[in-house]
Design a protein around this ligand. Structure first.
Ligand code: NAP
Length: 235
């Protein structure tokens, strides 16, 4: 039977590339989005699957998504938002929102995904962290905190679920060319490229192929790890 995956935030960017790459190696991938309905439905049509709208920060919407399209053998917690600026300029609601989406989204989705995986005694969870979750980034303190939290979340969960045959890993991308970087100038992007030993910004496909590897049996002894996919960023 075809194995099923959910990639959250797969209407565009890294999530869309990951959904395409997983589908190319045989996964049936459910597309998730919050706003980009047309893009999500177009990708779902391309892959012969379904698109489900759910705000990952809302546990009731996440539960409804799992009821509609689950259960899943693979969960990719990719949906995320960024916030740039001085921490002292951040409002209560901006702080809450980034925590609720980036960290709460992973919690809500994993809580729904785990019971089926435990029952099957197999499964795989991938969370998209960030290089900023490892090193921290100036004017991205809250974002860095959510991505650092994801790393600790993955390490804890990998220990909790290992005895049930479930692997849990994180990918920590460097700068990747998606809409998330649209607030940066061309000069900023040149600096980001120069910060990588490979001298370029990453492509969404660079993260997607790491996700395909971690989801595969080739990674069957890999759990609780953080795979940096950043061109060796010096930050
Ligand atoms: P992106 O192009 O901005 O896409 C974000 C995706 O997340 C979209 O599909 C969006 O859906 C979805 N999304 C946002 N909030 C959501 C919510 N509350 N519920 C469900 N879906 C939601 O971002 P990206 O660059 O592909 O980033 C993907 C992940 O990689 C994020 O976790 C990000 O933090 C991480 N990351 C990115 C970079 C980078 O340089 N790009 C680097 C390190 C880590 P809609 O289209 O419907 O809005």
């Amino acid at each position: 039977m075809q194995k099923k995956a959910l990639v959250t935030g797969s209407s565009r960017g890294i999530g869309a590339a990951t959904a395409r790459a997983l589908a190319a190696v045989g996964w049936r991938v459910t597309i998730n989005y919050i706003q980009s309905r047309e893009k999500a439905e177009a990708l779902a049509a391309e892959l012969g699957t379904e698109a489900v709208r759910a705000d990952v920060s809302d546990s009731a919407q996440v539960r409804a998504m799992f009821e509609a399209a689950g259960p899943f053998d693979l969960l990719v917690c990719n949906a995320g938002i960024a916030w740039s600026g001085l921490l002292t300029d951040m409002t209560d609601s901006e702080w809450r929102r980034i925590i609720d989406v980036n960290l709460g989204g992973a919690f809500n989705c994993c809580r729904e995904a785990i019971p089926h995986m435990v029952h099957e005694k197999r499964g795989c969870i991938l969370c998209i962290s960030s290089i900023l979750g490892v090193y921290g980034g100036s004017c991205e303190t809250a974002y860095s905190a959510t991505k650092g939290g994801i790393i600790a979340f993955v390490k804890g969960l990998a220990k909790e679920l290992g005895p049930s045959g479930i692997r849990v890993n994180a990918i920590a991308p460097g700068s990747i060319d998606t809409d998330m970087l649209s607030c940066f100038t061309a000069e900023d992007k040149r600096a980001m490229a120069e910060a990588s030993a490979l001298g370029r910004i990453g492509r969404p496909e660079d993260i997607a192929s790491a996700a395909v590897y971690l989801a595969s049996d080739a990674a069957s002894f890999v759990t609780g790890q953080v795979l940096g996919v950043d061109g060796n960023m010096i930050i």
